[in-house]
Design a protein around this ligand. Structure first.
Ligand code: ADP
Length: 192
C-alpha cells in the first residue's frame, strides 16, 4: 500500500491533488493543516497551542505536530498506507518519521515534490483567500509562509533526493494534467 507524501510550497496544489491520489490507492489522506484547523475549531489543547503560530504563518512546534501525526498513524492500529500532506515540514520532523518507519519496516515509498513558480503561487493564493476565509490566506501572511517554506521545508528536497525517493512533478497546468503526472511519477514503484 502506498506510503507517499507531498512536499510543496503553500498553494502548489497538495490539497487539490492529495485526496484523489489517496482515493486511487485506497489509503487515507492525512493533511496536518486540516487536522490542526479542526483542533483549533474544537478548542482542544493542541488547537490552543497551535492557533497563534498558524495565524502568523509560522510553523507549529515540531514536538506537537510529530506527536499528532504519530498518533494518527499508529492508533488504533498502524496504517500500512497513507498520503501525507503537510508533514514532514522540517528536517527534525522528517528524522522522526524515518525513525518510526524504520522501526516498523514501513518507510515512505515516494516523496512527491510539486513545483510551481512563485508568481503562480501568489496568483493562486489570492484567489483562494477570496473563497476560503482561511485566516492565513492574506497576502502578507502567505508571503511569510512562502519564506518559512523555503527556509524550513525546502531542505527536505535534498534530504529525500539523497535517499533516492524524491519524485519531482510539474505542478502547473490543469488539475487533470497534474494528476496524470503524479500517477506517472509513481509508476513502477514497489509498493510493498
Ligand atoms: P499550506 O501548505 O497551504 O500553507 P497547510 O494547511 O498545510 O497550508 O498548513 C497550514 C498551517 O498549519 C501552516 O502554516 C502551519 O502553521 C501549520 N502546520 C501544518 N503542518 C505543519 C507541520 N508539519 N509542522 C508545523 N506546522 C504545520
Amino acid at each position: 500500500m502506498l506510503r507517499a507524501l507531498f512536499l510543496a510550497p503553500p498553494g502548489a496544489g497538495k490539497g487539490t491533488q492529495g485526496p484523489g491520489l489517496a482515493r486511487a490507492h485506497r489509503v487515507p489522506y492525512i493533511a496536518t493543516g486540516d487536522m490542526l484547523r479542526a483542533h483549533v475549531a474544537d478548542g482542544t489543547p493542541i488547537g490552543q497551542a497551535a492557533t497563534a503560530y498558524m495565524d502568523r504563518g509560522e510553523l507549529v512546534p515540531d514536538d506537537l505536530v510529530v506527536q499528532m501525526v504519530y498518533d494518527r498513524i499508529t492508533s488504533p492500529e498502524r496504517l500500512s498506507g497513507f498520503v501525507l500532506d503537510g508533514f514532514p515540514r522540517t528536517i527534525a520532523q522528517a528524522e522522526a518519521a524515518y525513525e518510526w518507519g524504520r522501526a516498523a519496516g514501513s518507510t515512505f515509498h515516494a516523496v512527491l515534490s510539486l513545483t510551481v513558480p512563485d508568481d503562480e503561487l501568489l496568483r493562486r493564493i489570492v484567489e483562494r483567500g477570496k473563497q476560503s476565509g482561511r485566516s492565513d490566506d492574506d497576502l502578507d501572511t502567505f508571503r511569510h509562509r512562502l519564506e518559512v517554506y523555503k527556509a524550513e521545508t525546502e531542505p527536505l528536497i535534498q534530504y529525500y533526493r539523497s535517499r533516492g525517493i524524491l519524485r519531482e512533478v510539474d505542478g502547473t497546468g490543469s488539475v487533470d494534467e497534474v494528476g496524470g503526472r503524479l500517477e506517472a511519477a509513481l509508476d513502477g514503484l514497489d509498493l510493498t
